[in-house]
Design a protein around this ligand. Sequence first.
Ligand code: GLA
Length: 453
Amino acid sequence: MKALSFILLLFISLLSHAQTIVNGVPWFDQNGETVNAHGACIVKEDGKFYLFGEWKSDTSNAFPGFSCYVSDDLSDWEFRRVVLPMQKDGILGPERVGERCKVMRCPKTEEYVMLMHCDDMRYKDPHVGIATSKTIDGEYTFHGPILYNGKPIKKWDMGTFQDSDGKGYLLIHHGSIYRLSDDYRSIDTLVANVKGMGESPAMMKGRDGTYFLLSSNLTSWEKNDNFYHTAPSIEGPWTRQGFFCPEGTLTYNSQTTFVFNDGELPMFMGDRWSYPHQASAATYVWLPIHAEGTKLSIPNYMQAWDATTGKLVDLLSKAKRVKTNRIDISSMDHWTSGADGTLRSNHQGATIGTRFSGGRIAIFGETNKHGAYGKVSITDLEKDKVVHSLLIDFYSKVPDRGLRYISPRLPKGKYRIDVEVTGDRPNWSDKKGYKFGTDNSYINIKDFYLIKE
Ligand code: GLA
């Protein structure tokens, strides 16, 4: 009987083990640090998922390294290490740009091959670089630029694709698709030139063998409606199709980086950039992507979903709203309340907060074109100590309402969460000097919630 109830309990706990992917909020690793792996890819090995990406900083766009995280469920990520740090000199040396690292295991050599975009700080010296490692999460050795006919590829945004026959491909912005050599260490052939392709290329293969090539328009860190091409083979002919997310959503406020497809639930991976505070405030948009014939689509945005079923998880239905009378607002004069009850302020230093007693506290708010950085801090009131603090971004070109922050799990105690208007704005310009980003410094808070687990 005991054994039976144990099995039953185990079964129930397995069933209820939520492998929830939450979009647009910072994720935390085993040390409570933000999961910092942008322009990422995922490699699956021995049942584990390895996430590689740009280990961004909050202060500079210079390359500090590429990071590696591991997970059993795509939802809880453990930081392994910086697998490729800044090099002493060369194209990934000090004051250089390193972006979009993509890792593949070469079937012939069993080596892990990482390709990436290397550049100078003004994006005027682009190269595709290569690094290799004997182990998936070991330190990678950087070899400089990958060569085609003995010459470097002097282009910027890139992606990779590994076909089911083990062949590796390098995808280059605005058109070129190259097949790698058998050892993945150099380039064999230019196999296609895709007319009308954009930046941030990624590829997936549908069940019937159709190839899909996803890419974005050229808008720097700003989001746009990403689109796709299809072809019956990688060599082509490639046909331009439409958008894979509803037009006007700007790819649900993200830019393509990769499609992870282990044959179960193909998953679109996008970046919700936040310049200049990417390490804290850039987040991820990962969603199930559907391929049917030559149609590719992500029909609905889900803020949270179950990685095993692909189904929506309604975090708010399980959450407890913190009553308004428990919300403290400093310098009330500087907050205005919209018809929907959202409190807004652009007055630097104005703060909104509430007390809570542990668990995971969440912030629900709106991002829009007037939004900017808010500083979240959690104080342990018994120790009178700030235990967690980071910036969140209330800017987006198209408005979006949702959860902006979910704290790490906090043990039972007495805490206070505050969000402060920093006056610090996400603004930047592209190579041509065109200005992007917010026109004000608002933060917009609707509610605080306690997430039940
Ligand atoms: C685009 C690229 C990114 C990065 C930024 C820099 O968004 O896709 O990888 O290079 O531009 O502005």
